[in-house]
Design a protein around this ligand. Structure first.
Ligand SMILES: C[C@@H]1NC(=O)N[C@@H]1CCCCCC(=O)O
Length: 234
C-alpha cells in the first residue's frame, strides 16, 4: 500500500439516496477507509460514521473493517452546513482555508483507499461565502497527494435522470470531469435509466438492488466492479 491510494469522493443527487449504504459497500468491496468530513443533523440522527460502523459490527464475518475517521465538522441541526451553523450559536462558520485532512500517516497502518462521503450533494451550501460541496472536493484535491475520484450515488428508479445529469454537468463545468468515475444507481429499478444515462456519457458503475433484512450482501458486492477496473477505464 502506498500514499497514492486513491480518495473516492462519494456525492449524491440528493440527501437520502443511499449514499451511506453505498459508501459502506464500497469500503468493503474496495478495502477502503471512511471519512465523513462534514456531518449535520446530529440532534436527531446518530450520524453516518456510526451508521457505517454499525454496518460492519452487524457483519462480523467481513474480512475488511475500515478505519473510520472523525468528521472535521459536526453540527446539530438537520440542515445544509451553512444553515446548521446559522441555527447554532455555538458553531462557527466553515472555512475551507482551515480545512485539514484526517491524519493518515504511513505509520498508522491504515493507508488504503479512502471513501469520503459528502452531506447532501454537490451544490449544498457550506458557508456564507457561497462555497459549496464542489469547493470541498477541489480543496481535497489540493490538499491530498492522492488521486481523487468522484462517484455520484443516485436513485435507480423514476426521477433520477434530471438529478444525475445535472450533477454530472455541474462537476464537468467546474473542471472536475476528469475526476468523475460515474454513478451508482441504488434501489428499485427503472429499466431504461442506465441506457439513457449512458447515452448522455454518464458511466453507470453499478446498479444496487433494494436492501432488505434477508438480502445477501455478497450479491450486492458482486454488483460493484473492482476499483482498478473503473479507474483504468476512466
Ligand atoms: C441532515 C443530513 N446530514 C448530513 O450530513 N447530510 C444531510 C444534510 C443534507 C442537506 C441538504 C440541503 C438541501 O439540499 O436542502
Amino acid at each position: 500500500m502506498t500514499s497514492a491510494e486513491p480518495v473516492i469522493f462519494v456525492t449524491g443527487t440528493d440527501t437520502d439516496v443511499g449514499k451511506t449504504f453505498v459508501s459502506s459497500l464500497l469500503a468493503l468491496k474496495w478495502q477502503a477507509n471512511y471519512w465523513k468530513p462534514i456531518q449535520t443533523g446530529l440532534e436527531s440522527d446518530q450520524g453516518d460514521s456510526l451508521t457505517v460502523s454499525d454496518f460492519y459490527s452487524k457483519h462480523h464475518s467481513f474480512k475488511w473493517h475500515p478505519a473510520i475517521f472523525k468528521p472535521a465538522v459536526e453540527l446539530r441541526k438537520p440542515l445544509c452546513p451553512l444553515d446548521a451553523v446559522k441555527c447554532d450559536p455555538t458553531a462557527s462558520e466553515i472555512n475551507l482555508k482551515d480545512f485539514v485532512l484526517p491524519d493518515i500517516s504511513d505509520t498508522c497502518k491504515v493507508i488504503a483507499p479512502l471513501i469520503v462521503e459528502d452531506a447532501g450533494g454537490v451544490f449544498v451550501p457550506l458557508n456564507s461565502k457561497c462555497e459549496i460541496t464542489t469547493d470541498l472536493i477541489k480543496k481535497i484535491i489540493e490538499l491530498t497527494g492522492r488521486p481523487v475520484y468522484v462517484v455520484v450515488v443516485a436513485k435507480r428508479g423514476l426521477g433520477t435522470l434530471n438529478h444525475t445529469l445535472l450533477t454530472h454537468d455541474h462537476l464537468k463545468s467546474n473542471g472536475l470531469g476528469e475526476h468523475v468515475l460515474g454513478c451508482i444507481l441504488n434501489g428499485p429499478k427503472n429499466t431504461l435509466n442506465k441506457e439513457t444515462l449512458e447515452l448522455f456519457d454518464v458511466n453507470v458503475i453499478a446498479e444496487i438492488p433494494i436492501y432488505e433484512e434477508t438480502s445477501h450482501l455478497e450479491s450486492f458486492l458482486d454488483c460493484i466492479p473492482p476499483l482498478s477496473d473503473i479507474i483504468n477505464e476512466s
